[in-house]
Design a protein around this ligand. Structure first.
Ligand SMILES: [Zn+2]
Ligand SMILES: [Zn+2]
Length: 255
């Protein structure tokens, strides 16, 4: 089998994507990419898989195709904590997302909030890091989606205001300790310095289109180019078939 990149993170019409599952599979084949679907499994995303019964229907449908069976779970939503083992085991890999970070007072700041949070950028970033660390400790996922995504009002602040060496090290250490892969997202590209740190630390790298449209789905050429430029071997890029999954191990350990 010749190596193909895996797009570990693409959406279908089961959540907020525009393509059906067979359309995602077909699009990936056209681009020479191994397909996987990782739809939103969360009660806090408008169009998503929202209940245990819906997860079962979603997995039943995915199992009809030659496609990896992922899911993108919001850390701040409780649905991932409630999934029974028989369903967990049917995912090939799971993705954790910080679609909201928790402030010290218990309030959440959503990634797609339009209004500026009631805290400063620095306070927000420390809360972001604390949330990453808690996610890494408690969430049995294989990949952290778009690790450098921050809340909308702060996105224009610039890399140097948002990130510094201490913050980058805290994030990468948490991922390394937990064995969670760092996603190079085509949709929310990380800055190169933090990806280099992840690579040097030995954190696995994952490619994700986070594609929702025909143009985006399975297009991982930019993330792949970045990984290669940083010296990551193709075969080392996360592929649940090759590298296994914490999802499977977590389900197995509790049996
Ligand atoms: Zn996401
Ligand atoms: Zn996504």
């Amino acid at each position: 089998m010749t190596w193909q990149p895996v797009d570990c993170h693409a959406h279908s019409t089961f959540s907020d994507g525009a393509l059906t599952i067979p359309e995602v599979v077909e699009r990936a084949a056209a681009l020479g990419v191994h397909p996987s679907i990782a739809d939103h499994v969360s009660r806090d995303v408008v169009k998503s898989v929202k209940s245990i019964d819906e997860v079962r229907v979603y997995l039943d449908e995915l199992e009809r195709y030659d496609v990896l069976r992922g899911g993108e779970f919001c850390w701040h939503d409780s649905l991932w904590r409630e999934l029974p083992e028989d369903l967990v085991r049917r995912f090939t890999h799971r993705i954790g997302s910080l679609h909201a970070v928790r402030l010290p007072d218990g309030h959440h700041v959503h990634a797609f909030a339009r209004r500026a949070p009631a805290v400063s950028l620095d306070e927000y970033m420390w809360a972001h890091l604390a949330s990453v660390e808690q996610l890494a400790r408690e969430m049995p996922v294989d990949i952290l989606a778009h690790p450098t995504l921050v809340t909308l009002p702060f996105r224009s602040a610039g890399i140097d205001a948002l990130w510094n060496e201490e913050r980058e090290h805290r994030m990468i250490d948490a991922m390394y300790d937990a064995g969670i892969a760092f996603e190079i997202s085509a949709r929310y590209p990380p800055h190169e310095r933090i990806v280099r740190l992840a690579v040097e630390r030995g954190v696995r790298i994952s490619l994700g289109s986070d594609g929702h449209t025909r143009e985006q789905v399975a297009n991982v050429s930019k993330p792949l180019a970045m990984a290669r430029a940083l010296g990551v071997a193709d075969e080392a890029l996360y592929d649940p078939r090759r590298h296994g999954s914490r999802t499977q191990r977590a389900a197995g350990a509790r049996r």
